[in-house]
Design a protein around this ligand. Structure first.
Ligand code: TYD
Ligand code: MG
Length: 392
């Protein structure tokens, strides 16, 4: 097979070079050259065949509604908008160790146990490791096939022959396309592999879930280049040392992005939490100052959360402020509001505020609860557990 030619293209100005360069000589941007394949004669003729696709009317299309494939995990299905749409490309992102492989394998096992064929490809773990994980999650049906591979072309050959209803790629950063010279995980590789999977999903009608590690900055695969290529972007979030996990849709071409799924990571896999109300409340009999219960929206669902504040006289000149699970700047601003409007003096007080249980409170509606917690601790006046504080 003749080797496909590749070139390096500046992502800022489009300058092309046969070799990788650290700095674009055209526009001067650093580290902007990404390896791309050059369209060959063969791929051009392929484009011509694509042009033969016939246009149709909306009424004709509307008569044949899409049949979604329900996974059987209701929290997951809800986030997708009612199940997997055939031929859709889903990106599942999250920090390493958060549980992406676990939830993807669980989804695969559930679908397989309902009679559909699933191919789970791992580029990170051996077949024995995947099997061990599956054993923790339950009994696997023979409809689920696992494979350890990183060469995307070889994977697609297998998938094409097997014709599963779902293909899972764990993870996109370990996959490589032999046409490119750069290493797996590079921007060029990640984009090229995703583009291949996108075409594969659309041509075959097979749903594909791609797992993507999120970098420290919160981007999937560094730049956000994958997000506009795929149909659905799911983000799996949580604190490593707490069991609570949230699955959010950041983008969904087939449903709402307001939905979220709530799970708890247990010994034997992820458990759905259908009623998350009490999850973030600390169990206790005696009431202490500084603790208040609030209601926050997680997607479309209200969740009861607990805010704890500790206000204590500072032994140093400069008071310290710490916030966990709540935006630090917001806490500072609320303290300033309390000083100005309530005529309170926090000038010599340290203030520590946290949301209990690894919850992340982003809603402005919980501002009043933060103020109540701070006030309760400052004056050492407990707030009854029967009181809930939020702002309309
Ligand atoms: P994993 O799915 O491997 O994370 P990712 O693919 O996002 O990197 O999950 C890793 C963590 O989950 C690991 O610390 C062990 C834990 N875990 C459980 O608590 N219970 C389980 O049943 C499984 C399979 C994993
Ligand atoms: Mg993993």
């Amino acid at each position: 097979m003749a080797k496909t030619k590749t070139q390096f293209v500046c992502q800022n100005c489009g300058y092309t070079s046969a070799k990788w360069l650290g700095k674009c000589p055209e526009c001067g941007t650093w580290d902007s050259l990404v390896e791309e394949t050059i369209a060959t004669e063969k791929s051009r003729s392929f484009l011509q065949t694509e042009a033969k696709v016939q246009p149709t009317t909306i009424s004709k299309v509307a008569k044949a509604p899409v049949k979604r494939l329900a996974t059987g995990i209701s929290e997951f299905d809800r986030v997708l908008g009612g199940g997997l749409v055939p031929g859709s490309l889903i990106l599942l992102g999250g920090e390493p160790g958060i549980g992406k492989s676990t939830i993807a394998l669980d989804v695969g096992m559930k679908i397989a146990s309902r009679g559909a064929r699933v191919l789970y490809v791992s580029g990170e773990e051996s077949e024995a490791q995947t099997a061990m994980r599956a054993e923790r999650l339950g009994t696997a049906s023979d409809n689920l096939l696992i494979m350890t591979a990183t060469d995307l072309a070889a994977i697609l050959v297998q998938a094409e022959a097997l014709k599963p209803q779902l293909l899972v790629i764990d993870s996109i950063q370990t996959m490589y396309n032999a046409e490119l010279e750069t290493a797996a995980g590079s921007v060029g590789q990640v984009r090229e592999c995703t583009a291949k999977l996108l075409r594969f999903a659309k041509e075959t009608g097979i749903s594909v879930i791609i797992i993507g590690h999120v970098t420290k900055e919160g981007n999937i695969a560094g730049p956000r280049l994958l997000e506009h290529m795929v149909d659905v972007v799911l983000q799996f979030e949580g604190e490593r040392y707490y069991s609570f996990r949230v699955l959010r849709a950041l983008k969904n071409r087939f449903g709402s992005t307001n939905e979220s799924g709530i799970f708890s990571m247990e010994e034997n896999g992820l458990k759905e939490i259908l009623n998350p109300s009490g999850l973030f409340l600390e169990e206790k009999d005696d009431i202490v100052s500084g603790s208040v219960i609030t209601a926050a929206m997680e997607g479309n669902r209200p969740i009861l959360a607990e805010i704890q504040a500790l206000v204590a006289r500072t032994p140093y000149g400069l008071p310290r402020r710490t916030a966990v699970g709540i935006d630090f700047n917001r806490v500072n601003m609320l303290i300033a509001v309390m000083e100005k409007r309530l005529k309170l003096d926090f000038g010599a007080e340290d203030a520590y505020v946290c949301a209990v249980g690894g919850m992340k409170l982003k809603e402005p509606a919980s501002d009043l609860a933060i103020i109540a917690a701070l006030y309760s601790s400052l004056r050492d006046k407990p707030i009854s557990r029967g009181v809930m504080v939020w702002e309309k």
